[in-house]
Design a protein. Structure first.
Length: 165
């Protein structure tokens, strides 16, 4: 048998609130931080434009298209030449358009604007093109035309303002 001493000086530290707070902080930072590599690919050096300004308002469900200095579209771990591989790029864009159409069909029951856009064949994504400054214009034009064929109609082209150099 063990004897119990009434004057025990051992302190028991309850770690539950500290662990709980740690998980809450982790969850907060996971929601706040943007881990998307599509939006800021370091292989793309943006051109400099005097009139470059941030896009006004929030773009819902943006589709980022990064084009590197070799005129290759960088997406889903692939690199397609925008000048010589238009069919592969169109296949990729059709896949993205299918996903968007499904989302729009789901939203159309409660959103009249989504229903009207879906009926007109317009997708609600804003295509954000981040092309390297040495990318030929005809490639960018071809990329925009491929997007339009697929149903995308809202575009934003990224550039770096001169004061950020």
């Amino acid at each position: 048998m063990h004897k119990r001493t009434s004057g025990s000086s051992e302190a028991v530290l309850d770690m539950t609130p500290m662990i709980d707070m740690t998980f809450q902080l982790i969850t907060f930072f996971m929601f706040v931080l943007n881990f998307s590599k599509d939006s800021a690919d370091e292989r793309v050096r943006l051109p400099i434009a005097d009139q470059a300004t941030p896009v006004e308002g929030v773009t819902e469900e943006p589709l980022f298209l990064n084009v590197d200095r070799d005129a290759k579209l960088l997406a889903i771990g692939q690199a397609w030449d925008i000048l010589t591989e238009p069919s592969a790029i169109e296949t990729y864009l059709k896949r993205e358009a299918t996903i968007t159409r499904r989302n729009m069909e789901y939203a159309a029951s409660s959103n009249a604007e989504a229903a009207a856009d879906l009926k007109a064949g317009r997708l609600w994504n804003t295509v954000i093109i981040r092309a390297d400054k040495s990318t030929p214009y005809r490639g960018i034009r071809g990329l925009i035309e491929a997007c339009q064929k697929t149903g995308f109609y809202k575009f934003a082209i990224r550039a770096m303002p001169e004061e950020q150099l």
